[in-house]
Design a protein around this ligand. Structure first.
Ligand code: CIR
Length: 253
């Protein structure tokens, strides 16, 4: 169970965020409303939400999930693979010092974005992507092992981050689509297959028994409900325009 979340309100500079989506620039006013509803959804799941102010210096800084990996025993500050995002880590470290005694940091030449890391109990799957390299994954695994946790790597071929295409919903259930349906490492899970035309909804998040999903993906919603979960939809269309999903918008711990 999680008790806390950290989010960062998007800044106006979000319109300059990194993207490959070709969906046009985000509407800032709409993004703020959607972010507010996202916070409300986390609160409905029982979380105490720390809301950080916009940081205009970093257009992608609302995607806080990428800059830290939070575990029960330690926090690991990442070193984002995207150069424009590297400066985001300092501010998150300051916030995490208020919650964690043990804070580790990924050092260059290692790069890691925690959107590439999926927690399954005490094990962490780490996607090797354009943002997370082998050296970064090696450092994360070494830190995890120091605290009695474990990690392993999964290579990605098509998507930005591991969790762009896969989400662990606890109870052995894995929501997955595309290249992740056939990955050897995931075959022992009960795979809930997200249809290709709803692939964006594979980035859903389990929060204390409720699954937050992006709104507008009815087949995926039905699939998750059929597996026994309560679903809470959140409209994140403006964040999708920056390749961002639901999970990227918070750190949960
Ligand atoms: C980026 O390209 O870094 C941002 N525009 C989106 C990051 C999304 N984060 C995630 O999937 N974990």
């Amino acid at each position: 169970m999680f008790t806390h979340a950290i989010v960062r309100t998007p800044g106006k500079s979000m319109v300059n965020g990194l993207t490959t989506a070709h969906l046009g620039p985000p509407d800032y006013a709409k993004a703020l409303l959607q972010h507010g509803d996202y916070i409300q959804a986390l609160e409905e799941c029982g979380l105490d939400v720390v809301v950080l102010p916009p940081d205009e210096r970093f257009p992608d800084s609302t995607f806080v999930e990428d800059v830290a990996l939070l575990t029960k025993h330690c926090a690991i500050i990442t070193n984002p693979g995207a150069p424009s995002r590297r400066g985001e880590t300092a501010a998150i470290k300051k916030v995490l010092l208020g919650f964690y005694e043990k804070i580790e940091e990924v050092q260059p030449p290692g790069t890691v974005e925690a959107g590439d890391i999926m927690m399954v109990g005490t094990h962490f799957f780490i996607g090797l992507s354009e943002r997370t390299n082998e050296e970064g994954a090696r450092q994360v695994i070494a830190y995890l092992e120091k605290y009695g946790l474990s990690g392993s790597v999964v290579s990605l071929e098509k998507v930005l981050h591991l969790k762009t295409g896969v989400a662990y919903l606890e109870n052995d259930n894995l929501l997955a689509c595309g290249e992740f349906l056939t990955k050897e490492a995931f075959q022992h899970f009960n795979i809930l297959e997200v249809p290709e035309d709803e692939s964006y909804a594979a980035n859903s998040v389990w929060v204390n028994g409720v699954v937050l999903t992006p709104s507008g993906y009815p087949k995926t919603r039905a699939l998750i409900e059929a597996a026994g979960y309560t679903v809470r939809e959140v409209d994140v269309s403006e964040f999708r325009k920056l390749d961002g999903g639901l999970s990227c918008l918070s750190l949960r711990f």
